[in-house]
Design a protein around this ligand. Structure first.
Ligand SMILES: [Zn+2]
Length: 217
């Protein structure tokens, strides 16, 4: 029923996104993970393989329960978290999980990142923090999903890192970059003074604009 070439594009994309995460300094070594969905399956980074060594064939494909369907390597230990989000959000086609340093700083402070820069609109009106559950558990995925809801595309994981989602891999990566940028600006701002925070309505308007006007349609 399946052959070794199924989800070929999605599997190749997982390797590309991982290398781009490294190049953009969103992660180090084998940290973080990436997945790209096609209907009721998704391709996800193999566990513990350096991104430069990830080929399309080496990328596992799993179902929405996280059970491996294809590929010889073990899928990322965060597969249960990715599976929960895909089950709950039909609009999500790709997920990126990083430990990017500025965003992870706020995750360790258990502090949401407010709208001190307009680019936060890529992610939501703010970037909320989900409480702590151990890495690799379905409980962590459920907590992250419940905190993110349907209206945010990013969430911080307390004492851990960041999850971002998008319609495509490129969208999820853009959100991950914006989250890290906004975290850095907010960190700098609170170290110098008291940042002005944009009202929710202003950020909602930007969010609609980004979703409709900024595409290449
Ligand atoms: Zn992690």
């Amino acid at each position: 029923m399946t052959d070794s070439t199924s989800l070929g594009d999605e599997r190749a994309k997982v390797g590309e996104l991982g290398r781009e995460m490294l190049a953009q300094e969103l992660t180090k070594g084998t940290g973080g993970n990436v997945s790209v969905r096609s209907d009721d399956r998704f391709a996800i980074s193999p566990s513990g393989v350096p991104y430069e060594d990830v080929t399309a064939e080496s990328v596992p494909v799993v179902d929405l329960d996280g059970e491996r369907l294809e590929g010889d390597l073990k899928p990322s230990n965060e597969t249960p978290m990715h599976a929960v989000i895909y089950r709950e959000r039909d609009d999500v086609g790709a997920i990126i999980h990083t430990h990017s340093p500025y965003a992870s700083t706020f995750a360790s402070l258990n502090e949401p990142i407010p709208a001190s820069h307009y680019l936060i609109a890529y992610a939501g009106t703010e970037i909320p923090v989900a409480g702590y559950e151990p890495p690799g558990t379905t409980a962590l995925g459920e907590l992250a999903m419940n905190t993110m809801g349907d209206n945010h595309d990013a969430v911080l994981l307390k004492n851990h890192g960041v999850i971002t989602v998008g319609t495509t891999g490129a969208d999820a990566l853009d959100v991950a970059l914006m989250v890290e940028y906004c975290a850095r600006i907010h960190y700098q701002a609170i170290n110098v003074g008291e940042p002005a925070i944009l009202p929710d309505e202003a950020v909602e308007d930007l969010r609609k604009m980004f979703k409709t006007d900024y595409g290449q349609q």
